[in-house]
Design a protein around this ligand. Sequence first.
Ligand code: NYM
Ligand code: MG
Length: 231
Amino acid sequence: PTDASTRRGAFIVFEGCDRAGKSTQAAKLVEYLQKRHKQPSLKSLGVGVGETFTNNLKESETMTDKAKVAQLWKFPDRTTHIGKMIDGYLKNTKDLDDHVVHLLFSANRWECMTAIKNILLSGTTLVVDRYAYSGVAFSAAKDLDINWCKSSDIGLLTPDIVFFMDLEPEEAVKRGGYGKERYEKLEFQKKARKIFLDLKDSSWKVLDARQTIPELHQQIFETAEENNLII
Ligand code: NYM
Ligand code: MG
């Protein structure tokens, strides 16, 4: 095991259509990473010969420590200025040109890049719920030129691994259906899924999202481990 202080954090992305289980699995992975991480014991640093040391941290210290190990992020980040415009568009309270919306989603990633880079360099792993693949898949599903869609994300940090939660939109509908947001329509989701699968590259792990939550979780942390992404 590598010491967290000597290596950068892993950049792990979850992608997929709506209702595929991304948020559930991203949160479970973060929790797993935080629980699994071991504080180096005082003994291993060569202190306190003949004494017993415990690593029982106080609650406040545990929280800080947890956030240092791994953090959950999400795109769109609806809390920023740009994110609020996106939120209004998705909730149908605001209409915007398709190109403009695409660029807002992309800008919403760009405005986080410095923070993301610094967090990774500080040794913290980031688990990110949706990223640029969603940007391309959902915009190109509106028949915008795919290369135009890709271009605004050129230069963003590349994830170490992408877990694509694959679920037929017909199955997603059975899971209590979609919400009221724009894009949450069967035909549109089918189109987006097709484009997603065309975007698949060597960083992708396609998961059969019909499996149970524990089954998927196990596949995910094992794959992350095999790929040397867990400290
Ligand atoms: N979405 C998400 C895009 O259209 N482009 C993007 O770049 C991103 C990150 O936003 N239907 C779409 C996909 C979703 C919607 O996301 C809201 P979520 O994860 O359901 O909050
Ligand atoms: Mg959604």
